[in-house]
Design a protein around this ligand. Structure first.
Ligand code: GCU
Length: 343
C-alpha cells in the first residue's frame, strides 16, 4: 500500500498531472489518488448505478484527497462471474453482483436461489434490511477473498418469453436462460424447462437470435435492459427474490485504516438507501413503459401450480447444502410470524 502511494506521489512529482495512471500490483493511481474501481452490469439509469453514485459522492466528500471512485457499468469490466474473480485477485475493488453468482465461491449464497423462499416482498426486504443478522451471512464469503458490504433490491423474478406462459406445462421443452447458479439450473429443470445458464449481458441477443426461448428476471430487465423488445410476454410466477450484493475485495478493504473502512461502509449503506428509493419508483414505471410503449403483455398466473412443481427443490437443497439450514430456518420463522399476524 505504502509503495503504491509512493508511486502515485511520484506521478504527481513528475508533473504528469492529467492521465497519470500507474498500474502496479492490480491497483492504480491517478494524480496521487488511489483509483477505486466498482464494476456492475446495469445501465447508468438503473437504481444500482444511482446508488453507487451516492457511494462515490460520500467517499469523495470524506476521503477525496486520497481516493478517486470510478464506476464501470454495463459489464464493461466483464460479466459478474469474471468481475468477482477480478475482485478476488484485487484487480477490481468492488463489484455489484447477484447473490446467485456467489454460489460458486461460497455455498451459503445458494439459499437465495431457492424457489419461493420468502413469502412476500415485504418479508424479503425486512430480512435483507436486518443489517446485524445479514452480517453473519456476509462474513461467510471472507474466505473466498471478498466481503459483502450491503445489498440492493433486485425485485422478484418471473419468466418472460416470446410466447405466453400460463401454466408450468407451457414451460415444458422451452429453453430458458437462468443465472450462472447450480440451484437455478435445478429449479428450471424442475419446472420442466431446459436451463441455459449464461451471463446477463448475453440474454438480449440470445432471445433475439432464438438461441433461447425466454428468461426470468424482474420487470426492469424488460425496459432498462430492453428485453421487452425481443420477448413480449411476462408471466408473473414470482419464483425467486435474489438480491444483488456489493462485494468488496479484501485485498482493498484489509488495507484501509478503520476510519477509512467506516467511510466506505457508511457509503455502502447510503447507496442501498438510495437504490431502494429509486427501485420502487422505477419498477412501477417499468411495468407501464413495457406494456404501453413496448407492447409487452403481463400475465397473472396461478402461482400455486408453479410452486407445486418445485416443492422438492427446497428439500433437495437443504439435504445437499448444510450451510443454508440456519438461515433457512430464520426465514421460515419470519414467514410464519407474518402469516400469524395476517400479513
Ligand atoms: C438482475 C440483477 C443482476 C443480475 C441479473 C441476472 O437484473 O439485478 O445483478 O445479473 O438479474 O439475471 O443475471
Amino acid at each position: 500500500m505504502k509503495f503504491l502511494k509512493k508511486v502515485g506521489i511520484f506521478c504527481l512529482g513528475a508533473g504528469l498531472i492529467l492521465g497519470c495512471c500507474v498500474l502496479a500490483g492490480g491497483c492504480s493511481f491517478s494524480n496521487g489518488k488511489r483509483i477505486v474501481r466498482i464494476a456492475h452490469g446495469q445501465s447508468e439509469t438503473h437504481p444500482e448505478h444511482l446508488g453507487l453514485l451516492k457511494f462515490e459522492q460520500y467517499v469523495e466528500e470524506h476521503l477525496g484527497d486520497q481516493y478517486d471512485v470510478q464506476i464501470y457499468p454495463n459489464e464493461l469490466l466483464g460479466s459478474s462471474q469474471k468481475a468477482i474473480e477480478l475482485a478476488q485477485t484485487g484487480a477490481i475493488d468492488f463489484v455489484v453482483s447477484a447473490a446467485a453468482n456467489l454460489e460458486n465461491f461460497s455455498d451459503i449464497y445458494e439459499i437465495f436461489s431457492m424457489p419461493y423462499l420468502f413469502h412476500s416482498e415485504e418479508i424479503y426486504r425486512n430480512i435483507m434490511s436486518d443489517t446485524q443478522y445479514m452480517e453473519q451471512i456476509y462474513q461467510a464469503a471472507d474466505e473466498a477473498g471478498f466481503r459483502v458490504l450491503t445489498w440492493y433490491n433486485a425485485g422478484t423474478r418471473s419468466f418472460y418469453a416470446k410466447k405466453p406462459i400460463y401454466t408450468p406445462e407451457d414451460l415444458r421443452g422451452m429453453k430458458i436462460r437462468v443465472q450462472q447458479s447450480p440451484a437455478s439450473v435445478s429449479m428450471c429443470k424442475a419446472f420442466g424447462a431446459a436451463a441455459s445458464p449464461m451471463s446477463f449481458g448475453e440474454v438480449y441477443t440470445a432471445i433475439q437470435q432464438g438461441v433461447i426461448d425466454g428468461a426470468e428476471n424482474n420487470e426492469l430487465a424488460m425496459t432498462n435492459n430492453k428485453h421487452g423488445e425481443v420477448a413480449k410476454y411476462y408471466s408473473y410466477t414470482r419464483h425467486q427474490m435474489v438480491p444483488d450484493l456489493l462485494i468488496g475485495s479484501l485485498k482493498f478493504l484489509d488495507g484501509l485504516t478503520s476510519e477509512e473502512y467506516d467511510v466506505f461502509y457508511e457509503a455502502a449503506l447510503l447507496s442501498t438507501e438510495t437504490e431502494l428509493k429509486y427501485w420502487d419508483e422505477q419498477i412501477e414505471e417499468a411495468k407501464q413503459i413495457a406494456s404501453e410503449k413496448m407492447g409487452v403483455t403481463f400475465i397473472e398466473t396461478d402461482m400455486e401450480l408453479f410452486q407445486k412443481k418445485v416443492s422438492s427443490v427446497q428439500q433437495n437443497m437443504l439435504d445437499q447444502n448444510k450451510s443454508i439450514r440456519t438461515f433457512y430456518d430464520h426465514i421460515q420463522e419470519v414467514n410464519k410470524k407474518s402469516q400469524q399476524e395476517g400479513r
